[in-house]
Design a protein around this ligand. Sequence first.
Ligand code: ADP
Ligand code: MG
Length: 486
Amino acid sequence: MSKWKTIIGLEVHAEMLTATKMFSACPVVDSVEAPPNTATDPLSLGMPGTLPVINHEAMTYGLMVGLALHCEIPPFNQFARKNYFYPDLPKGYQISQYEHPLAVNGFLDIELSDGSSKRIRIRRAHMEEDTGKLTHVGDGSLVDYNRAGVPLLEIVTEPDIFSSEEAEAYARKLRAILQFLGVNHGDMSKGVLRFEANVSVMHESDSAYRTRTEIKNLNSIRSMVRAIDYEVQRQIELYERGDTVKPATLGWDEAAGRIIIQRYKERPDEYRYFPEPDLPVVQMSREWVEEVRARLPELPDKKRARFVEQLGLSAYDAMVLTLDKAVAQYYEEVLAHGVPAKSAANWMTGDIFRLLNDHKIERENIASIAATPAHIAKLIQLVESGQINANTARKDVLPLVWAEGQDPEAIVKEKGLAQVSDEGALAAGVAQVIAENADMVQSYLGGREQAINALFGKAMSMFKGKANPAIVKSLLQAQLDALRNV
Ligand code: ADP
Ligand code: MG
């Protein structure tokens, strides 16, 4: 066992999907799709003489997240100026919250692969504005202010995360909560959700935390996991060779698979925070907080519990079906067509997830596949009602539904895949198989029980795999039993 323990605290920046920016009526646009600098106004450009106005929708969204994370909502919160110079910040300061954040002292429960769960404490969540975006080209830089002023919620954990696996579970769960709330679509490749990991290690003989480093610009959960693992290893190696870890801001080079030291921090950053003089203190009326709490949608934990308790799903199936909003939605749409919950869950977590995997489609993009929930429900109904058998559904029908979004019923008709359930025809076929395979029959009657499987296989292939397997099985058993009694 390693003598070193990993300590991680995560800081997450989530853009809020509001119509307009945090402090002005300037529209919020997709920062990847929209041409640069087409969604700006005097305020987002930091023009002198402009005055901010707090976006009520953004505060509501932030409040929803705070409540979903079981935070306390202090009676008031206050904006503050965080002063620093950077070309993506035209005002020379960012309006953030400092001493009086929107939400404090919450928690989020994560589920781990060994089936256990763990509570991660949330220290605070505060509202702020996003900065512009810099693109470095050659020896110059381009700046796009579309993103400047977009509402941003920063969510900070206590250092309660002890491995990259826990960090991943936290990231996925938090992303799911934001998606379920409808305040963020969770697409990390577009930068709407950004993770920073504070990492340190502790020796088993330590009684206090050691120096932490901060990894910035992690633009996928996979990168975060790799970066944390790399950084933990780097720190342990430094200590083991008698060196020290210096406080630093780090970056992650995904292509090279390594940490880059961006700058060492001689002393903590000094932002000269002071209360934002152009904005009022925000009073959070208890009525409003309770009204928003009452309107919260069903969140992943609740949905998961309901899937187990009301639908009878396994804990694992319930978890994977609620980890992405799009997956949960797809599954519930399949159910809305009246198919049994358990077989729908089996099809989703089995065949559909496998196909998504094979085609390298993220589960969160399940809504984009050709096979609709209605198709999948129809496919399940065809099996449940005995019109096709499960194997035909899986091997012959689903691939066509998947590839072309064809109606399963039409495929069955067109390809003549309907299951043969006619007892007379099946009994005759089984009798023929028994007559043609006397040695297998003898071996079965002589006590080799498995011989029945080979006979079953022959009977199924006689009907090109389309026979009703349950009927074939019972007919075969009955006819063999009859021989035994002769
Ligand atoms: P700052 O105010 O300078 O940002 P904080 O103490 O508020 O520093 O911590 C910021 C983040 O770092 C939090 O997520 C916290 O959980 C995490 N953190 C604090 N101490 C450690 C540590 N020793 N190892 C890893 N993470 C830590
Ligand atoms: Mg910080």
